[in-house]
Design a protein. Structure first.
Length: 305
């Protein structure tokens, strides 16, 4: 049986949930094809994809040591697009990205519902190349963060918020080419990706912020916000092992600021449920997010801020 701290580590990587007694082994893998991936900063893109470490957990791709950020569009079928766009930010403790579980699969689900999606492969904190050493390193770093992840060193060291801001700007700059409305560009993030979405939503100048935020199993701690905060969709399982339930203080500050917010507290699902765990209500998360976007007016072609 895996130690509880190791289970926490795997949970924060967002690779599977609920937390089982045994997890799939990380199997080193060749980098998969990423058709259409766009260098996030164009000719000035930093780093190199050659240093990435790809693995599979039970057939699900994840990657470490990303220094070369990219944005991969996933388009709806012809005639199905509604003009809304969502940047998808996978989780992984800022040291790994769950590219399948919280990236490509999420993007395809959104595209199937008429939303143009863009999977963000953001830069990560460096980890040892050896898988066993990387897990020990990751676990050690994360255990220092338990209880105060929004104020921890991992988020502060991360390039993720800067890359998310650049991704939103890139989508808006190419809105005509990609047939999206620049006034309907949002972000959905999972775990560390949720923390990334929260930072760009609150820290960027108002004109550079996303138009809406999907905040999926991120820390619920409150912080001061302004009346410029974008609408928030907040979803988490009430038995989340990584971020034990504190209620919904972050939603409370949105309410106090008179900003739109919706809360989904699932009875079970633990951390890292992605598109949902069969047999639980977490399977409704994407449809609920899309229904919320529709209620806010973001799926209407004539929508303007």
């Amino acid at each position: 049986m895996l130690k509880k701290t190791t289970l926490f580590a795997i949970a924060m990587l967002g690779l599977a949930a609920p937390l089982p007694a045994q997890m799939p082994q990380a199997v080193p893998a060749s980098a998969p094809a990423e058709p259409g991936a766009i260098p996030l900063y164009g000719a000035a893109n930093p780093g190199s994809p050659t240093g990435e470490n790809w693995v599979q957990f039970g057939g699900s791709y994840a990657v470490r040591n990303v220094t070369y950020p990219t944005l991969t569009p996933v388009f709806p079928a012809k005639g199905k697009a509604n003009g809304a766009a969502v940047v998808v930010a996978p989780g992984g403790a800022f040291m790994m990205l769950a590219m399948d579980h919280e990236g490509w699969r999420v993007a395809r689900a959104l595209a199937n519902r008429g939303i143009t999606a863009f999977v963000l492969k953001y830069r990560l904190i460096a980890t040892p190349r050896d898988e066993a050493e990387a897990m020990r390193f990751t676990q050690g770093m994360m255990m220092k963060e338990i209880g105060s992840p929004m104020n921890g060193a991992l988020l502060k060291q991360s390039f993720a918020p800067a890359d998310a801001r650049a991704a939103i700007a890139l989508v808006r700059a190419n809105a005509a080419k990609w047939h999206v409305d620049p006034a309907r560009v949002g972000i959905i993030g999972f775990s560390a990706g949720a923390m990334t979405a929260r930072r760009v939503a609150l820290d960027a100048p108002a004109a550079d912020r996303p138009d809406f935020v999907g905040y999926i199993y991120g820390p619920q701690d409150a912080e001061a916000i302004t009346a410029e905060a974008p609408p928030l969709f907040d979803a988490i399982a009430l038995n989340d092992s990584l971020f034990p339930s504190k209620g919904f203080p972050i939603a409370g500050v949105w309410l106090a600021a008179k900003r739109p917010v919706e809360i989904h507290g699932y009875q079970t699902g633990d951390h890292g449920f992605g598109l949902g765990i069969p047999g639980t209500t977490t399977t409704g998360v994407i449809d609920q997010f899309v229904a919320w976007l529709s209620m806010q007016g973001f799926l209407k072609p004539a929508f303007r801020k």
